[in-house]
Ligand binder design. Sequence first.
Ligand code: NDP
Length: 272
Amino acid sequence: MTDRYGLVGKPLGQSKSPIVHGAFARQTAQDLTYELIEADAFAPAVDRFRAEGGRGINVTKPFKLDAFAYATECRERARLAGAVNCVKFEGDRAIAENYDGVGLANDIQRNQGFPMKGKRVLVLGAGGAARGAMLPFLQAEPKLLFVANRTVAKATRLGEEFGRHGNVVTGGYPDLGDEAFDVVVNATSCSMTGELPPVGAAQFGKDCLAYDLVYGKGLTPFLRLASETGRTRAVADGVGMLVEQAVEAFEWWRGVRPDSAPLIRQLTVPLA
Ligand code: NDP
């Protein structure tokens, strides 16, 4: 029987997830469908999908916290993030995970070739995506993880919650001064509206990676600033993160791990 999966959020018009999971299903010969479930309210839509036999969902804006509340059990990453991007249904159980940060860390370290161990890593932003990245980043054992956010209290809170997992420093953008980093991640939503987050050119260290979580928008103001310093070894957008979190979800749901590389190639928009 064909198993049903889907993505719950609103709006979903731009979502690439059905393409990604459809390709993974063909690649691994899994009999499944993946649909877009655009909903005004999370729980009723998910209850309906489960009643119709749905096996699992991904969750995106604005429902990552609703999914956390809905879950009957949360795995460690989802629990620490306080947000959920993937749920597996087993009878009455709704088991929740958060693969956003793992997908991001895997893309940076494996695909982009920037292992974070012993490196200085800067995360701009302290919203849901940054929160999900905290544990996977710290598990990569960077020398320093600096989280800078416009609303300083949100960064401070991340430091308090995750400081026991590694060397976390938090602050506002002015606190960055002239400090340079090996990996600079834009986890703000600034690129969605073509804005530059308030980061300085000094933050891009020699041979660094500049990584923007937004994807499909070409060279964002953040990536352009990084490129123009002449010091970056690579710039990347979040398409690899999208595909890598889907790899993790697919493997968890189906027990077989698809190859991300063909999909990343297919979905990449040139950064120019
Ligand atoms: P949130 O809304 O939770 O957080 C937004 C963050 O951006 C906050 O830290 C906020 O700061 C900051 N911000 C917004 N506007 C400004 C501004 N003008 N100046 C400075 N900082 C600003 O969003 P998410 O964390 O969920 O998502 C962040 C980005 O990551 C989005 O663009 C999203 O599309 C992308 N994303 C990509 C994924 C992928 O698979 N590639 C997966 C998940 C997210 P403050 O706290 O002060 O408001």
